[in-house]
Design a protein around this ligand. Structure first.
Ligand code: AMP
Length: 192
């Protein structure tokens, strides 16, 4: 099995391009944000706990998402690998992922990092809010907090994966969605 991480700030296009990558390489796309939103919609205990943190633009506890990821690895069959979107987001999550994979005799194969400037994060998320209606896309304060959280907690992972020789970066702008998708797919081709 192969394990790829889609990395980047909110609004970089991870969710937008994940489908094309996943179908080209027969990977299962797993978005921890989508899994959490499904828990909220279902009104589960986990969803109730996660709801306020997500609405505030804060991260949910590491153990919660680590459990979701391990559960997905254990239950999803019939694919050549996984494309993780929005996970890991903290150093402890990255270390936990390495440990989960090591137990299975596996490893992270590559990090596909899509980069956009902060100014574009606001623009894209404001546009997406009108279409998807996500609570955490609606307010400028919450978007600002998500950007802060990304820089403080998630961005250090660049160094972690660079040191491991697994970090690969591509610009998620400018251009149309199709042009950006083609750039991302071209990068994935080079590391496959
Ligand atoms: P996303 O759809 O990836 O933007 O995630 C939406 C929200 O879900 C984030 O702002 C966090 O509150 C939460 N979330 C998603 N993935 C993680 C993660 N790996 N660790 C902690 N919180 C997460």
């Amino acid at each position: 099995m192969r394990y790829y991480i889609l990395f980047g700030p909110p609004g970089a296009g991870k969710g937008t391009h994940a489908g094309a990558i996943a179908s080209k390489y027969n990977l299962k796309h797993i978005s921890t944000g989508e899994l959490l939103r499904a828990e909220i919609a279902a009104g589960s205990e986990l969803g109730i706990q996660a709801k306020e943190l997500i609405a505030a633009g804060s991260l949910v506890p590491d153990e919660v998402v680590e459990g979701m990821i391990e559960n997905a690895f254990n239950t999803i069959k019939g694919v050549d690998g996984f494309l993780l979107d929005g996970f890991p987001r903290t150093l402890p999550q990255a270390e936990a992922l390495d440990a989960i994979l090591a137990k299975r005799g596996e490893k992270v194969d590559g990090v596909i990092s899509i980069m956009i400037p902060d100014s574009l994060v606001y623009e894209r998320i404001a546009g997406r809010a009108k279409i998807e209606g996500r609570a955490d896309d609606a307010s400028p304060e919450v978007i600002a907090h998500r950007i802060e959280t990304y820089h403080a907690q998630t961005e250090p992972l660049k160094e972690y994966y660079r040191n491991a020789g697994k970090y690969h970066e591509v610009n998620g702008y400018p251009g149309t969605i199709e042009q950006n998708r083609d750039r991302v797919l071209a990068l994935v081709d080079t590391i496959w």
